[in-house]
Design a binder for this molecule. Structure first.
Ligand code: GDP
Ligand code: IMO
Ligand code: MG
Length: 422
């Protein structure tokens, strides 16, 4: 069986968590393949709201095996908080949650460096979630990192101390900031003891054996394609490959194993943190999107910047990941807009294009918009795609035409049941 993939095609927070939770029922295994606790995936089941940072969003489906792949970076402190929340809700997960030994650990000093580096950047800051993501991936590629499998070795403490010593030298390069390292270290080691009780696996063997046995595997992406380390709005990106290529090295599977690539697209667009966002709205419409869409970060609580959907940006990320189907989320947020705009092209210094220029950060890009009539009614009671108001159907059809690939589902609310399936 092939591995299907769920990815965010914008700047994150497209509603991946909700869609993974919905689709997980049709799979045997859900695997996170990159990112770490910078992610915040919201799942609403009945009246309960859960936000997952490290744990795959298949955890609420009782029969599903959940794997945290080698491409993920794990902070034991955040992870234990997530485990505690699951315990509080009475959700049994211990027999169904597996962590790849090759996943890297986020140390307290990684968070310390993240915070010091951002403070030193001043106005140029990335707007990082300050979860230690960048410094941990730096240590991974710099061949200094500590991995989950190291926890099982006799000299784990010495390895930790050696890496910490390197970090303490490095930190001297930055102006001083407030960080209670002793307290964070204490918590970290307490949480390591708890994590130790979980199932550590050689993830690449586990996933490949599952595929061979005919199991259905769903790979869950974090962040969005425009935050990809290679193809995003560099340097305002995260530190992992968020596109479908990341699934292969984040889980240890071959490209030939990839099946459906399901791209999640918000019916408008948001971004949290710094960096370019061509269709951003700094006006009343932007404010209205933020308010109706409750656009505040699930991890940091920061207000998200809001704007219209951006076709050149989406064509780019569809291309990069070989997306085979699209899920539109948060269509209901547009209920009260008389006019809905779609950025169809860019004007780059007088030239009209639907391709992203190399330096989207500095060049004079202005989006060219097409206006669509809104439906000005509530989607609350709509249960089928056919039942959508005509203007909503027209908006979705126009997006589908522009994407050139099918839209397979439309989400009309945060709850599990608010999903229109083709
Ligand atoms: P993720 O990081 O991609 O999983 O997305 P987040 O959880 O960070 O942000 C998506 C937010 O939108 C969450 O608060 C979801 O509960 C909410 N949400 C998801 N789908 C819909 C939808 O169709 N309509 C509305 N109104 N909210 C949605
Ligand atoms: P999910 O999985 C939205 C953004 C941060 C910052 C940049 C770098 O919930 O969609 P980092 O902490 O990685 O150093 O931050 O990336 N960012 C996200 N934005 N959703 C996310 O995850 C994000 N993860 C990181 O705001 O601009
Ligand atoms: Mg999120």
């Amino acid at each position: 069986m092939a591995v299907d993939v769920i990815l965010g095609l914008q700047w994150g927070d497209e509603g991946k968590g909700k869609i993974v939770d919905y689709l997980a029922d049709k799979y045997d295994m859900v695997c996170r393949f990159q990112g770490g606790p910078n992610a915040g995936h919201t799942i609403i089941i009945g009246t309960n709201k859960y936000v997952l940072h490290t744990i795959p969003s298949g955890i609420f489906r009782q029969k599903i095996t959940n794997v945290i792949g080698n491409g993920v970076v794990i902070d034991p402190i955040t992870m234990v908080r997530e485990l505690d929340n699951l315990d509080k809700e009475g959700i049994e997960f211990r027999s169904r949650l597996f962590i790849a030994r090759k996943a890297h650990l986020i140390l307290p000093t990684h968070r310390y460096i993240d915070a010091a580096s951002e403070a030193a950047k001043g106005k140029q800051k990335i707007g990082s979630t300050l979860k230690g993501i960048g410094p941990t991936y730096m240590d991974k590629t710099g061949r200094n990192g500590l991995r989950v499998g190291d926890i099982e070795t006799a000299d784990f403490k010495e390895k930790y101390e050696a890496l910490k010593a390197k970090h303490m030298d490095f930190i001297k390069l930055y102006p001083e900031i407030d960080f209670d390292l002793a307290a964070e270290e204490q918590k970290w080691f307490d949480c390591i003891e708890i994590i130790k009780e979980l199932n550590f696996v050689d993830g690449e063997y586990m996933v490949n054996k599952a595929i061979k046995a005919g199991k259905k595997v769903l790979a869950e992406g974090a962040q969005g394609s425009m935050l990809d380390i290679d193809f995003g709005t560099y340097p305002f990106v995260t530190s992992s490959n968020t596109i479908s290529a990341g699934v292969c090295n984040g889980l240890g599977i071959a490209p030939s194993q990839i099946g459906e690539v399901i791209g999640i697209v918000k019916a408008y667009c948001t971004r949290v943190g710094s960096g370019p966002f061509p269709t951003q709205l700094d006006d009343a419409d932007g404010e209205k999107l933020r308010k109706i869409g409750s656009e505040f970060g699930a991890t940091t609580g920061r207000p998200r910047r809001c704007g219209w959907i951006d076709i050149p940006q989406l064509l780019y990320t569809i291309m990069l990941s070989g997306v085979t189907q699209i899920v539109i989320t948060k269509l209901d947020v547009l209920d009260e807009f008389e006019t809905i705009k779609v950025g169809t092209h860019y004007d780059v210094n007088g030239e009209v294009t639907n391709e992203l220029p190399y330096d989207i950060n500095v060049s004079g890009i202005s989006p060219i918009y097409e206006s669509h009539k809104g439906w000005s009614s509530s989607l609350e009671d709509v249960t089928t795609i056919d039942g959508l108001p005509q203007e909503a159907k027209d908006y979705v059809s126009e997006l589908e035409r522009q994407f050139g690939i099918p839209i397979s589902m439309i989400s009309t609310g945060p709850e599990r049941r608010k999903l229109l399936v083709k």
